[in-house]
Design a protein around this ligand. Sequence first.
Ligand SMILES: [Cu+2]
Length: 318
Amino acid sequence: MWKDIPLVPENASTIATQVDLLYWFLVALTVFFVVLIGAVVVGLVAYYKKRDDGRKAVQIEGSTALELIWTGLPLLIVVGLFAWGTSLYVAMQKVPADAVDMYVVGKQWMWKAQHPTGVREIQDLHVPVGQAVRVTLTSEDVIHSYFIPAFRTKQDVVPGRYTQMWFEPTKIGTYDIFCAEYCGTGHSAMIGKVTVMEREAYERWLSGSTGEPPEVAGRNLFESMRCGSCHPVDAAVKEIGGAPPRGPLLAGLFGKEVDLQGGGKALMNDEYIRESILKPQAKIVANYEPVMPSYEGQLGEEQILQLAAYIKSLKGSP
Ligand SMILES: [Cu+2]
């Protein structure tokens, strides 16, 4: 029904209906009070204007009942809205366990996407219907915002940091992607299309393009950047080049806490790996010398995501 009303985008994800319900409730509530208060104001003006019988206005010095009503009622409404909004917000943040990972890097003025199999595309995004997708986003330059109105999802894309959003498309079709954060002259051209396809069609689309999975690209980078000259990736490696490894073992660490010099702890996640590669001096791992060079300027955001995917894929107990 809503698609016939202009300005309301299509409803094509599992959360779209809930977002719309909250939205329309807010609109209805606002309209209700505007009309009610407007009608009372206009009505009373008209009523007292007509009744010119020389009476004086009566001052009301206080009314506990009235005060309770006009404080309590709005409070109830606002707290209810807060609870509703918060629970929806939490649902929109909680990524389903079966979500597949995709990566999107924003850059003036394009979106570069990478699929779990390594297939890449620019501007557009192809996704299978009925499959939850977690998108990890970052930017190579300024702040952008990844906005897919039909899915009711919008997420800031910030340089130097990873943000996430997820959606589960429910309807086959092609929908808009916009940049929703003014990012320079080409901002209005920073648009694309998300194409929701049947799973088989998506698989066919994927196999029609070539690319390496991010963790494979990451392993190649790990080798070509010679990270392995300091870091063992296998607990069995006790020596590199005839000496004990200079860097910590990287296998089996993802999602765990590492001890830092000076007693703190850090959670090994995408963000921490990124910082370790670009600003290795920011957090020094306990019992290691700060000898890791910074790769700032040598590795792009997409490459860092690939390295993180590779480190994530390294299994085994540290
Ligand atoms: Cu932008």
